[in-house]
Design a protein. Structure first.
Length: 304
């Protein structure tokens, strides 16, 4: 059960990060036996460089298949089969339109696994590429696929958004780095909210495994701290608004008192002076209200 909870978190997380830059389908159904791609992404604008390595992975149409547990040989084959079925769909569509399918239209498959053994990568002849960061193992070029071993990614800001999908100490460290970012960092708060949702879902699962228990314990104080901070900010904002409203109400009372003392009851014309006077400071409106005649006041403030 926890696997499906983590799968849903990964889909929601990747959709949140990528939606501003293109079309995301999570999941996307493919032809043949009923199968679903976890995340299909087609960029309409280049993904922001703030996403680091993830922006490189998603610079062209791609399929993202995140795994909570280490991807098995069978699961990687299943991912390849889904990608090949998509390629078949695209080829058929191109033939109907009487054109050639461009290689750039074929989505690249990125299999995101928390760990990947040397034996697993070797069984698919998946090898690193010197043009890419360590931890990414590319299959034969014609397949347009790679295994991303999250535990092997360098611990740098560029890999943070992918390491969030790791597990154990890798994920814990990534969460620590996320919380250390400036509060106004793009996607920081949205990612934390998704993690808090994951925490709440895991809390109702009977007998969570050790990694999930540690994840719950790591996120619980963050959630309380975040909510307390939001509460304090709300209180402070309310106080500031209350003070401002109180000052303005006091100024309104002063203006109304001066006008009533000089001209009696406040009619519609004098009420319009009250509203216009509030745009001035007390040092500015007091001498005007005390010295100008009714007609002069109406004429002056109606010009504002």
């Amino acid at each position: 059960m926890t696997r499906f909870i983590h799968d849903q978190f990964a889909k929601d997380y990747l959709e949140t990060l990528l939606t501003p830059y293109g079309t995301v389908q999570a999941p996307r159904r493919v032809a043949g036996e009923v199968r679903q791609i976890d995340v299909w992404f087609a960029p309409t604008i280049p993904p922001s460089s703030t996403l680091g390595l993830l922006s490189q992975l998603t610079a062209t149409p791609c399929i993202l298949e995140p795994y909570r547990n280490p991807a098995s040989t069978h699961e990687i084959c299943d991912c390849l089969l889904k990608q090949l079925e998509v390629r078949g769909e695209l080829h058929r569509e191109a033939r109907r339109e009487e054109r050639s399918l461009q290689n750039s239209e074929i989505p690249h498959l990125w299999i995101l696994t928390p760990t990947a053994s040397t034996q697993l990568c070797a069984s698919f002849t998946a090898v690193p590429d010197s043009n890419w960061q360590p931890g990414i193992h590319f299959l034969a070029p014609a397949l347009k696929a790679a295994i991303v071993a999250i535990h092997q990614l360098p611990v740098t800001p560029e890999t943070l958004w992918l390491r969030i999908l790791g597990r154990g100490t890798v994920q814990k460290r990534a969460i620590d780095e996320l919380t250390a970012l400036l509060v106004n960092t793009p996607l920081r708060q949205a990612t934390l909210e998704l993690l808090y949702g994951l925490q709440k879902n895991l809390e109702v699962v009977p007998d969570p495994d050790k990694d999930d228990q540690e994840l719950i314990m790591r996120l619980a104080p963050l959630y309380q701290q975040d909510r307390e901070q939001a509460k304090q900010e709300g209180i402070q904002q309310g106080v500031e608004q209350g003070v401002q409203q109180g000052v303005q109400q006091g100024e309104r009372l002063v203006i109304e008192t001066i006008l009533k003392t000089r001209f009696g009851e406040l009619d519609e014309s004098l009420l319009s002076i009250v509203e216009s006077s509030l745009a001035l400071t007390p040092d500015e409106f007091t001498p005007l209200l005390m010295q100008l005649s009714r007609e002069e006041l109406i004429e002056r403030f109606n010009q504002r």
